[in-house]
Write a protein that binds this ligand. Structure first.
Ligand code: 4FV
Length: 265
């Protein structure tokens, strides 16, 4: 896969991609990441890439001319069918589903803004979609672009190989991940769950699924709405939820009885 990043800070992108799984994928030629700097598309002596906002207000806005020229130059280096993606807090939230869709493409152009944002006409003329990595405002689009590259690259064939992480498996099902343990068996008095030492892979797999379901139900119940759960998972979830509501009823009963006692006092 070929990825191009339009950014005022090319070294921020290149510097981050030297490490770990992504660094190895690039070294093995499974992924290439290049950058294009809008400053290279300026003609004034100050190489100006920003200007004051029409209508007033704080901060600066990225000028359309150098940014769109950089987008067109970088996009021309990508295979046909490579979308131009502008990273902004106004974008569609990036999820595992979006990452999987992008990983199936021949190429990707990521546009990293700075300042208060970019001239809106650049988005109209130079972007096919907008993506957000979360409902907060960052100082630039580079970290979001690196987040997209990381989430997509690890889905490319051969990048993870047999180290395919479990995170994917659970999140592919739309669930939070199960807890992980490694040596020592006892750490500060805390033992690794016995099932993980049992060697019974069916049991281990069920325990992990149950943990992923219980965590998702407790921490991110909205993720369960719309999750395509296989029957076994659906059954486990019902068991967890009945257990949960039984526990809630018991807690409510205890609370009620203590209130009664209080009244009595
Ligand atoms: C952002 C986000 C984000 C807004 C102005 C860059 C900044 C600055 N991008 N998800 N959240 N972008 O905050 O993607 O130009």
């Amino acid at each position: 896969m070929k990825i191009e990043v339009v950014t005022l800070f090319p070294r921020m992108i290149a510097g981050t991609l030297e490490f770990g799984v992504i660094g190895r994928a690039i070294a093995r030629g499974l992924l290439s990441v290049s950058t294009e700097d809008p400053r290279a598309h300026t003609s004034d002596v100050h190489r100006t890439v920003d200007d004051r906002p029409y209508g007033g207000g704080p901060g600066m806005v990225m000028k359309p001319e150098p940014l769109l020229a950089a987008i067109r130059t970088a996009h021309a280096r990508l295979p046909p069918g490579s979308p131009r993606v502008y990273l902004s807090a106004q974008g569609v939230p990036l999820g595992q589903r979006e990452a999987q869709e992008l990983a199936g493409l021949p190429g990707l152009l990521l546009i990293a803004g700075r300042y208060e944002g970019v001239d809106e006409r650049v988005i109209e003329l130079g972007a096919d979609r907008e993506l957000s990595i979360g409902d907060y405002v960052l100082s630039g689009g580079e970290l979001p672009a690196l987040t997209v590259i990381d989430a997509v690259a690890r889905l490319l064939p051969g990048v993870l190989g047999d180290e395919r992480s479990s995170v994917e498996e659970s999140f592919v099902q739309g669930l939070l991940d199960w807890p992980h343990y490694t040596r020592p068996e006892i750490f500060e008095g805390k033992a690794v769950p016995a099932v993980l030492l049992s060697g019974d892979h069916a049991d281990i797999r069920r325990w992990r699924l149950e943990q992923a379901l219980a965590r998702t139900a407790a921490r991110r119940p909205e993720l369960l709405r719309g999750a395509q759960l296989p029957d076994e998972a659906q059954r486990l979830l019902e068991k967890i939820q009945t257990r949960g509501s039984a526990r809630a009823d018991a807690a409510a009963a205890v609370a009620a009885s203590s209130d009664d006692r209080g009244e009595r006092k």
